[in-house]
Design a protein around this ligand. Structure first.
Ligand code: PLP
Length: 390
């Protein structure tokens, strides 16, 4: 069986975890701050708040910006549901901007048109969540300029893009955004088992996110409300927060994984280039790369161009799975999920996203994928395509 993605764990990773298990602190010890410092330094960003998932990071990012009832969050339909759900958690409404047919990222032109229209109706978004699909950066400079003009905040969902670059700089430096979020789920670029992080250059957002991560509790006497000095007030809850903390066990794994991040991305790029080379000439489109982007290649989505037969994508998917190749689909447009349809969204809302949904399949791609296994994927794909030729 060849999965579409998987983690790489070495003895060094295992030993790093064991060391924490033998130490005094399994959580709230020194290892989480060390991991945060490691990531912040790598990304050239001022503040890092590690949490138990990217989903949690998106939630506290939205809260720290003050997203709430009556506000709008916009994102792309071609993403994991978490990029949109964070808006609903805050009581805000969610809307979607169709994708660019070349990059499959949120389309900057469609965004501009939608903003103009929303402005005339007084319905501008408070938060935009651009998602760097597959690890390829959105056009952040243009999006940032629109944010300046229309006054919304930007949370980059860079769950796929750990180790990637935009215009030669690390994704996560927040040059063109307020907050950037990474995921450390095992299928992503590096892992902490479960985990995520929120990065920002704003001390205010960082402070708010730290509070929301841990129940809204502070131990900082300067932030505490006045109480009689005869009473013991060694902490105060000043906000309604959550327990979204990362453990020191997870952080140790993260620190160890960070030492191999560049190598992981390099290997993913090499395998992606091999796919590009060996899939050329087949009736499909390989992922186009924007010149401003250095992709971490979390995913390698192909677009099947098999003609009028609507069953073709499904047949290729089934054939690959029948050969033990766990090809996957990234993603069903979020608004097509039953939960979102119940909110009023209808099929056909974002035509480019739906076209993509009906043509795409993600091929296996991860640093430990061997060349022989990759060749097996390529040959099985050829068989699957030509045995179903219409
Ligand atoms: C994986 C993923 C998330 C959620 O990450 P978790 O760490 O599993 O919560 C959010 N957004 C995108 C685009 C993802 O791929």
């Amino acid at each position: 069986m060849i999965p579409y993605g998987r983690q790489s764990i070495t003895n060094a990773d295992i030993n790093a975890v064991i060391e924490v298990l033998r130490s005094d602190f399994l959580t709230q010890g020194p290892t989480v701050p060390l991991f945060e410092k490691t990531v912040a330094t790598y990304c050239s960003v001022k503040h890092a708040v590690a949490v138990n998932s990217a989903t949690s990071a998106l939630h506290i990012a939205c809260l720290s910006i003050g997203l709430g009832p009556g506000d709008w969050l916009w994102t792309t339909p071609v993403t994991f549901v978490a990029s949109a759900n964070c808006g609903l958690y805050c009581g805000a409404q969610v809307d979607f901007v169709d994708i660019d047919p070349l990059t499959y990222n949120l389309c900057t032109k469609a965004l501009e048109r939608k903003l103009k229209d929303a402005e005339s109706k007084g319905l501008l978004p408070k938060v935009l969540v651009p998602v760097h699909l597959c690890g390829q950066s959105c056009e952040m400079e243009a999006i940032y300029n629109l944010a300046q003009r229309y006054g919304f905040k930007i949370i980059e969902d860079a769950s796929h893009a750990v180790g990637g670059k935009y215009k030669g700089e690390p994704i996560g430096n927040c040059r063109y955004s307020d907050i950037t979020v990474f995921s450390y789920h095992p299928v992503k670029i590096i892992t902490t088992g479960e985990g995520g992080i929120a990065l920002t250059n704003s001390p205010e957002f960082a402070e708010q996110m730290l509070l929301y991560r841990s129940h809204g509790i502070t131990t900082d006497t300067k932030k505490m409300h006045a109480r009689p000095s005869s009473e013991i007030w060694n902490y105060q809850q000043t906000d309604l927060g959550f327990n979204y903390r990362m453990t020191d066990i997870q952080a140790a794994l993260g620190i160890s994984q960070m030492t191999r991040l560049d190598d992981f991305v390099y290997k993913r790029q090499r395998l992606a280039n091999r796919y590009d080379e060996f899939l050329a000439g087949l009736p499909l489109v390989t992922p186009w790369q924007h010149p401003d982007s250095y992709s971490s290649y979390h995913l390698y989505p192909i677009r099947l161009k098999l003609g009028a037969n609507g069953k073709a994508q499904r047949q290729v998917y089934d054939a690959l799975r029948g050969s033990g190749i766990m090809a996957n689909l990234h993603y069903i447009p979020v608004y097509r999920q039953p939960y979102y349809e119940a909110l009023g969204f209808k099929a056909g809302y974002c035509p480019e996203a739906e076209k993509y949904f009906k043509e795409t399949l993600s091929l296996p791609l991860y640093p430990t994928l061997g060349v022989t296994e990759q060749d097996y994927v390529i040959n099985s794909l050829k068989l699957a395509i030509y045995s179903n030729k219409v």
